[in-house]
Design a protein. Structure first.
Length: 446
């Protein structure tokens, strides 16, 4: 295929290879910038680049003589045009300061070629009637995201850089007396966790009707209103208006019954308007799609993050209610495999967006048949949920005849905490306003 049929800059490839033969530092610079053999359009240039980087990695001088020998040993010397072509490249290595310019050009052209190849593949999928539209969309999204991620892949971080950064971080905790993570408004939980940390997957699980949705709504409201955090809330079971009604009830401390009927006292009417102003100014984004896949959640969060960054803000917290309602990328007969895929997707979401993700989860039916606190084995349908989670929080009622009580006693248990200790704490759940508050005189380490 001629070079003009695909994006490429053969002169940039030639000039860079010439510099690499001239100046060993250029080889290090190319590898540090993530340049790969497959980024070169010309097959001969891919072989030469591979040979040069091998020699440098073996701490050998990659001059014309050793390079010719290495290519000859691999049976590639004649394929690349022989020693004469290597000398031509050598003569083209004009200025070491242009290395970054050449590397950038080669990588940009490589990116465009990858996108063209993936676009062609996506066209083939679109024409293949054996694939459903959703499957094609998921595959297209996955392929484009994979390219984007590969261009900005993680590199090794040296201890010489990392150690001082961590010490500065530790020092800032004492000097500012602030949690770096997203705080929940529950002092003891925040003290134990340091707030929910970026990149962490937090699983919040409870039996039916304990109040896990209300608890997560408490966290979202506190983080957005009091901490000025930007929160994305995916509610698959409840309309956005209903979630906002609950937030108003929590923030204004108004019984939900009054909001449902509109029969408010004068004080509550004033409190509602004040709460409306606070929530209207808060960074809360709600998606109430009743059916959504992990890839769609990631795509929507990336767009939201980009929009926020355009205004100098960040996406600070994602809440998903709840994990078992999220759809897998394809239909399977094995539900455990589906949940495992979804769980891994939640963890990938947390790391990609670089913010904590709280995913609500059901417990198994067996858990409901017995008394006492849930355990990690009660997480429904898949051990992968426990494995992928950085933190697992359980809520469970400790009252008898719980349905008859307005103020319920609820125990919060941190059953897994990859970055800290385990704990129990007692809460009061006011069911009329949907508010969780900690019981300050009851606290014990697990």
């Amino acid at each position: 295929m001629a070079s003009n049929e695909m994006p490429a800059s053969v002169p940039a490839e030639q000039a860079l290879l010439g510099l690499m033969i001239h100046y060993p530092n250029t080889v290090s610079e190319a590898t540090e910038q993530g340049l790969r053999p497959e980024d070169f359009f010309d097959a001969s240039h891919r072989r030469i680049f591979q040979a040069v980087t091998e020699l440098v990695r073996e701490k050998k001088v990659a001059d014309l003589s050793t390079l010719s020998g290495r290519l000859s040993d691999k049976g590639d010397l004649e394929r690349v045009g022989g020693t004469a072509y290597l000398m031509t490249l050598y003569d083209l290595g004009d200025s070491e300061v242009k290395a970054i310019q050449y590397i950038t050009t080669i990588q940009k052209k490589s990116l465009l070629r990858q996108l063209i190849e993936e676009a062609n593949h996506i066209q083939e999928l679109c024409r293949d009637r054996s694939y459903a539209e959703d499957e094609v969309l998921d595959e297209a999204r996955s392929r484009i995201v994979r390219i984007a991620d590969s261009r900005s892949g993680n590199e090794f971080v040296q201890s010489s850089t990392l150690a001082p950064e961590v010490v500065d971080y530790i020092s800032s905790l004492k000097s500012t007396r602030k949690n770096i993570g997203v705080r929940t408004g529950l002092y003891k939980l925040d003290r134990n966790t340091g707030g929910f940390q970026r990149g962490d997957l937090i699983i919040l699980a409870a039996r039916t009707s304990v109040g896990k949705t209300m608890f997560s709504t408490n966290i979202a409201t506190y983080a957005a209103v009091h901490e000025r955090k930007n929160v994305a809330l995916f509610t698959l079971e409840m309309p956005a208006r209903q979630i906002m009604t609950r937030m108003l009830s929590i923030d204004a401390e108004i019984p939900s019954e009054e909001l449902r009927t509109g029969e408010l006292t004068a004080d509550h009417a004033n409190a509602l308007m004040e709460s409306c102003n606070r929530l209207a100014a808060a960074g809360i984004s709600i998606d109430d799609s009743s059916s959504i896949k992990v890839g769609e959640i990631l795509s929507k969060c990336k767009k939201l993050r980009s929009d926020l960054e355009g205004r100098g803000r960040t996406l600070d917290l994602i809440i998903i209610d709840y994990l078992q309602l999220v759809s897998a990328s394809k239909d399977r007969d094995n539900r455990q495999q589906d949940v495992s895929e979804i769980s891994r997707g939640m963890k990938e979401l947390a790391r990609t967006i670089d913010c904590p993700v709280i995913a609500l989860s059901q417990l198994s039916r067996e858990s409901a048949k017995r008394q006492g606190a849930p355990s990690l084995t009660d997480l429904r349908e898949s051990g992968a949920i426990e494995q992928d989670a950085d933190m697992v929080i359980f809520l469970h009622n400790t009252d008898e005849n719980v349905e008859e009580k307005i103020d319920r006693n609820v125990k919060l248990t941190v059953a897994k905490n990859r970055n800290g200790s385990l704990m129990n704490m007692d809460l009061k759940f006011n069911t009329t306003c949907g508010i969780f508050k900690e019981v300050t005189d009851m606290y014990e380490e697990a």
